[in-house]
Each structure stands twice: as structure tokens, then as C-alpha cells.
Design a protein around this ligand. Structure first.
Ligand SMILES: [Zn+2]
Ligand SMILES: [Zn+2]
Length: 126
């Protein structure tokens, strides 16, 4: 693994905010001032292909990146795109029993309105 790739992986594994490529680029530059945005994108794609990093795609906002060490799914705010982790251990077992198949992997984004956006909506209606 190249130094750049390792650095990007470390940034994602340490982060708790599901960073975008831009966020990762800004952080990476603190450690490697000469790193290019293109390099970050290339390494992100390669980390996703290697299964070391998970890409979280939601409509209307840039892709975000996430660690894969702890199995979890995502709650995505429909309004601001903020992502919250949710542990959903039972879903895989349920899919298996519903289909009788060995499920290899699945992606789940549950959309909702976060507290901040919920209170904003209330204000709009007032
Ligand atoms: Zn929100
Ligand atoms: Zn996550």
C-alpha cells in the first residue's frame, strides 16, 4: 500500500463524521502538503474496490466514506444529508430467512429528518 493510500485509510478509520472526498483531502494535506485531490479520489476508489472502505452514496450530496470494521447501516437526513450510524444486526438474518439465500452483502440507507431539520420544519410552518 502506498503512503498516500495508507494515510487516507487512517483518516477514514479515525473519523466519525463520514467525510467527503473534500474533507479527506483537507485532512490529508495537513500530513502531506503536496497531495493532489485527484490522488485522493484515485485512492478512495481503490480502497473501496479493496473492500477496506465503504462508499456511502445518497442523493443530492457528495459521496461520503466510512470505515468497514464495525458492521452498521445508515440513517440519512432527507433534508441536510447528515449521516448517523445505526446498528442493524438483525436485518441480515432476516434477509437470509426470508429468501433462504446466503446474503453476501446489502446496503441500507434509512431516510429520516434529523432533530435540527425537524425543528426547522416546525418553524417554517409557524
Ligand atoms: Zn437534517
Ligand atoms: Zn457509518
Amino acid at each position: 500500500m502506498t503512503k498516500q493510500k495508507k494515510l487516507i485509510l487512517q483518516i477514514i478509520e479515525k473519523s466519525h463524521v463520514h467525510p467527503t472526498a473534500e474533507d479527506i483531502f483537507k485532512e490529508a494535506r495537513q500530513h502531506m502538503p503536496k497531495i493532489a485531490l485527484g490522488t485522493v479520489y484515485r485512492n478512495l476508489n481503490s480502497l473501496v474496490e479493496d473492500g477496506l472502505v465503504r462508499r456511502v452514496t445518497t442523493s443530492g450530496v457528495p459521496d461520503r466514506f466510512d470505515q468497514v470494521k464495525v458492521k452498521h447501516d445508515h440513517m440519512v437526513c432527507r433534508s441536510c444529508g447528515q449521516i448517523k450510524d445505526v446498528e442493524t444486526d438483525g436485518i441480515l438474518a432476516q434477509l437470509k430467512s426470508l429468501t433462504g439465500e446466503d446474503i453476501i452483502s446489502y446496503e441500507l440507507n434509512a431516510y429520516y429528518l434529523c432533530e435540527a431539520c425537524k425543528s426547522k420544519e416546525v418553524n417554517v410552518n409557524e
